[in-house]
Write a protein that binds this ligand. Structure first.
Ligand SMILES: [Zn+2]
Length: 257
């Protein structure tokens, strides 16, 4: 049996956007800036080491403030996708506010790359309108929901419109593991590797949907002992013939099914 699976490594490039929106003091803001000074460079060199192309969800405000770094992601062959403008809580926005945040952030990111295909809601929180608004703007995938453990189709109310959903999970999110729960590196590796190994053995996943994804944050995974965990995880996955794919490439295939 063909056991091969694909993995999307995804990084939410928030930098200090959320802290700035919440008018936090310089100490908190600096924690977000770790992503820029340390996190992204370490991630890029790790991805280069393994010749992996990944997906970065970038806030519009972050792309405006750090254009050189954003450009570097694109020239490195990585995908940039949308993540709000200033890391908003989408569930608290009015219909018009939400539409304008999506429009503004898409336009900013499309200055760096031809087209933006995907979206991840900050805090994994979206409103009743988010998915339809994304589809109308030409998006083909979302990665914020949790109803399955492999990609699935979201049929939207407007006739024949759909999105591909790449589900996320709290235990596959570095922020929850390291910042919220302060797990040890061995625990983190164990959780992430166990899910990968178990997924590999699953036989009930439809062909073409054997795709996992992990959520990382440069300000979190970029710390020295944590980036090693990711390094070990990738190296384990490599021994199992894993293909690493950008989410938009996987989405295009599933969208045309
Ligand atoms: Zn975020």
């Amino acid at each position: 049996m063909d056991n091969n699976i694909s993995v999307c490594l995804t990084f939410d490039f928030d930098a200090e956007s959320a802290q700035v929106r919440q008018l936090e003091e310089p100490g908190r803001v600096s924690k977000g800036m770790f992503a820029v000074r340390v996190g992204i460079p370490r991630i890029l060199s790790l991805l280069d080491k393994y010749e992996i192309k990944a997906t970065f969800f970038v806030c519009g405000w972050v792309a405006e403030k750090y254009p050189e770094l954003t450009k570097k992601l694109v020239t490195g062959g990585h995908e940039i996708a949308a993540h709000g403008y200033l890391h908003e809580y989408f569930d608290t926005l009015s219909f018009d506010e939400e539409r304008s945040v999506i429009e503004k952030s898409t336009q900013i990111l499309e200055e760096f790359t031809q087209k933006i295909y995907g979206f991840r809601a900050p805090y994994f929180k979206l409103s009743e309108n988010t998915l339809q608004l994304l589809s109308r703007r030409g998006y083909i995938y979302d990665s914020s929901l949790m109803a399955d453990d492999h990609p699935y189709v979201l049929n939207l109310p407007e006739s024949s419109s759909k999105l591909i959903e790449f589900p996320v999970e709290w235990f596959l999110d570095d922020w929850v593991i390291f910042e919220t729960h302060q797990h040890s590196p061995n625990n983190a590796f164990d959780i992430w590797k166990s899910q990968f190994d178990a997924f590999l053995d699953m036989t009930d996943i439809p062909k073409g949907h054997r795709i996992m994804n992990y959520t990382f944050h440069p300000a979190c995974i970029g710390h020295a002992y944590r980036i090693r965990v990711l390094d070990h995880l990738i190296s384990h996955m490599k021994t199992r013939n894993t293909k690493f794919v950008r989410m938009m490439d996987a989405a295009k295939e599933l969208f045309s099914e």
